[in-house]
Structure formats: C-alpha cells, structure tokens
Design a protein. Structure first.
Length: 441
C-alpha cells in the first residue's frame, strides 16, 4: 500500500515537472511573437512612439515583411509595412539627437535648382549629421521643409501642421524650427545659466548636395530605405489652393498650394506597367554628362556602361529590356523634360510595343506626379545622370520592388550583342559614388 502511494506521488511530481517545462517552452515561443506582432494601435501613445533608438530598431527589424500596402490607391509590396494611413511612427534606429552640436540647413536660397537636387541635399545633410555626431535642424520656411511638405504631406488633409512636423521629426530624426528660433536655441539648453553652449553650424544646400558620406554602403542603404519608405508611403494628395493653416499662430506657411502626388495614378491604371524617363536636357546635355559619368565609372570600378542609350532610348534597346523582363506587352508611360519629342515618336512607331507607348497628359503631369508614376511602376527605365531617375529607383527599392527592375546604367552582353543588361543590379550601386558620382542620393 505504501509502495502504491509513493509511486503515485512520484508520478504526480513527474507530471508537474513536465507541465512546468512545457509552460516555459510555451512562453519562450509565444512571448517574442506577441512582441513582434503588437498591433500599431498599441503604439499610439507618444511615450511609446518616441522610445529609445535601440527599441525602435528592434521593433523595425522584427516587423519587416512584404505585406501589401495601399499608396495612391495602388497595392504595393512594402517591406516594412508602412501604409499612408496606419503607419506606426517609430523613431529611426540611427538617431543622434546630440544637443551639443547642431547642423542647420534651409536658411540659404537654394531655389535655383530642381526638386530632386533638394531631396538629395536633404538626404546628404542627414549623412553629414551622422558622420559628425550632430543633430540636424531644418528651417521651417526654408527650401528643405517646403519641398518635404509639397511632396510628402500625406493624405491627412485636416492634420495640423504641428502634428505633421512632429511625425516628420520623429521619422527623419530632425528638428524643425523658425529662423528666429535658432537665436533662442541656446536658451533652451540653459546656456545662459551656465550650461554648456551648443555649437550651431549653418550649411548651404550646395554644400550638402555635393557631400559624400564616409559610411559604408550597407549602412547608407539601411538608413535610406527606412527614410524613403516613410516619405513615399505618405505622398501629398491634397489639391487645395488655400494656405496651409495651423492652430499655432506663430507658424506661418508661405506655400500657397499643395499638389497631388497621385495625379497620374488613375483607377484605370493597370497593375503592371512600365515607365520610361527621357531626360534630354538643353544643348545635348544628357549625352555630354553621360559620357563624363561613363568615363568616371570605368575609371573607378572598371565597369563599362553605354554612354548613349540611356539618353537616346532607341527602340531596340527598350525592346530588349522589356522582353527580358516579360513586359513586352505592358502599357508604357513616358515621362520626359519635353526637349526631344523624336524619342517618344520613335518608340510609338515600334512594330511590337509602339501602340502601348503613352505620355502623361500635361494637365496632370508635374514632377511629383511623374515620379510617383515611376515609383509604383513594374519596370522603370531611366538615366544615371538624372537625380529624378535615381530617386525613383531608390524609392522603388525602398518600397519593395526588385532592384533588377530598375534599369539606369545598361551595357550590351558580351556573348549576345543584341541583348542589353544592367551594368550593376546590386541596389547598393544606387548609393555608390563610384557609380553615380554627385548624382547619388
């Protein structure tokens, strides 16, 4: 009898031990997944959104998945699942926020250059701040904030401008303030009360545009993908002609009109289509710049790219690219600077795909709308000497497109002289100064 009781006790103890082990294993599996798949609604509190950089980086890395997101009413495969309506605004993983040293841009007059030069100057300024362990500040009514507000205001038309600025500051890791506020900046950190005075350095847009980071390409691409994913997932969709208003009377917005980035993305637009960017420039500028860039690439990497076809876009070149990517019968939209209409006419006369070649109507064609059309395309054919082409290509990769569907720097195959291929299909080439020189983004 005693033997039976002891045996029962040992059996119960063994079962309890097994259950304990099973429970520990269950927690080890479930708890990380609970953290991993926390709904964005649980991150709605400001304190949670503005968490430290390490936690933000952990959350971002663990939520990467190619989910379908909606941008301009079109489904895209988005690697970080940032949609224009439900994105959790997490602080980037590369935050600096060094209060003792601040780089300021946007205070100079950089309105003499085009939109995409502005974009690249902003991105390079972020690199400069990182490389010099500094915070980056943007002047509120300066060119940098104006271009970001014009292109990436989002579809939240009633969103207060201060809320938009807060989201921008959090996701781009920048500070936005008025021109007059930088004079009071030191007071915010008790400089006059004996605290250490922060160093403030104003940089021109041109200086930032030509700045090349010392970071390795993998780090640059990681930073860019996160930033570009956020920006291009929040395109401006308002077409209001009224001034943007704010509940804060101290904020004055000079911009009188915002433009619709989705202007060329109609409901009838097919899911799969091709965009070709024709950038001719005045006085054969495309050919001259491309020749210099081709020489640069050959000298720096020993890679040969064609020094004409990205500018002239001959039909046999386009046919080869489309055929190799199964896009020969896709609709083709040409965005251009309008300086060489013979290129478009030649494409429209092609016996196979000519009838598929279209141009964007002038009433909806503008730099932002044309870029968005290219960003959401299935195949993009551009030119490496254009910052517009480069920014479309980088945004496409950041939103989940296959890098092989970006064709900027082609060359003929050595074994098949009629077949064109990319000289570099590694997405890092889009950030490599050896390939793009100062056209890099």
């Amino acid at each position: 009898m005693i033997f039976m009781v002891n045996r029962s006790k040992r059996t119960i103890s063994f079962l309890v031990l097994l259950l304990s082990i099973a429970f520990v294993l269950f927690l080890s599996i479930v708890r990380p997944n609970l953290n991993r798949f926390t709904p964005s609604s649980s991150l709605s509190h400001t304190a949670q959104l503005r968490q430290d950089a390490t936690t933000s980086h952990h959350i971002f890395q663990n939520t990467i998945s190619h989910k379908r997101s909606i941008i301009c009413g079109k489904k895209v495969s988005n690697p970080s699942s940032i949609s224009s309506t439900s994105a959790p605004f997490l602080q980037p993983p590369w935050t600096t926020k060094n209060k003792s040293f601040m780089i300021v841009i946007g205070d100079d007059n950089m309105h003499h250059v085009q939109t995409n030069n502005h974009i690249n100057a902003i991105l390079h300024a972020m690199d400069y701040a990182m490389d010099h362990n500094a915070s980056l500040a943007l002047i509120r009514n300066g060119w940098a904030v104006q271009v970001l507000r014009k292109l990436f205001r989002g579809d939240e038309g009633d969103l207060d401008i201060k809320e938009w600025e807060a989201k921008l500051e959090s996701n781009l890791d920048v500070i936005i303030f008025d021109r007059k506020e930088h004079h009071d900046y030191r007071n915010h950190y008790n400089c006059t009360a004996g605290g250490s005075c922060p160093k403030i350095q104003f940089m021109s847009g041109d200086e930032m545009y030509y700045y090349h980071t010392t970071s390795n390409l993998s780090s640059v691409m990681q930073r860019r993908d996160r930033i570009l994913n956020f920006l291009w997932s929040h395109p401006t969709t308002s077409t209001s002609k009224k001034s943007t208003t704010s509940t804060d009377p101290s904020i004055v917005i000079e911009e009188k009109q915002t433009s619709n980035m989705c202007s060329a993305i109609s409901k009838s637009l097919p899911e799969q289509y091709v965009v070709i960017h024709s950038r001719w420039m005045k006085k054969n500028g495309c050919l001259k710049r491309l020749a210099r860039l081709a020489h640069w690439i050959k000298n720096k990497t020993n890679v040969t790219i064609d020094h004409e076809v990205p500018c002239t876009l001959p039909p046999n070149y386009i046919e080869s690219i489309l055929r190799s990517r199964g896009a020969l019968h896709y609709p083709i939209y040409v965005i251009s600077d309008g300086l060489n209409t013979d290129i478009i006419r030649s494409l429209q006369n092609h016996s196979i795909f000519g009838n598929n070649v279209k141009t964007v109507p002038q009433d909806i064609s503008w730099v932002g709308g044309d870029m968005m059309l290219g960003v959401l395309s299935s195949v993009f054919i551009g030119t490496p000497i254009s910052t517009l082409s480069g920014n479309i290509a980088r945004a496409r990769v950041a939103l989940g497109s296959d890098p092989k569907t970006n064709i900027l720097s082609p060359k003929l195959r050595t074994d098949r002289k009629s077949e064109w291929i990319n000289s570099c299909e590694d997405p890092k080439c889009l950030y490599d100064v050896r390939f793009l020189n100062h056209y890099v983004g």
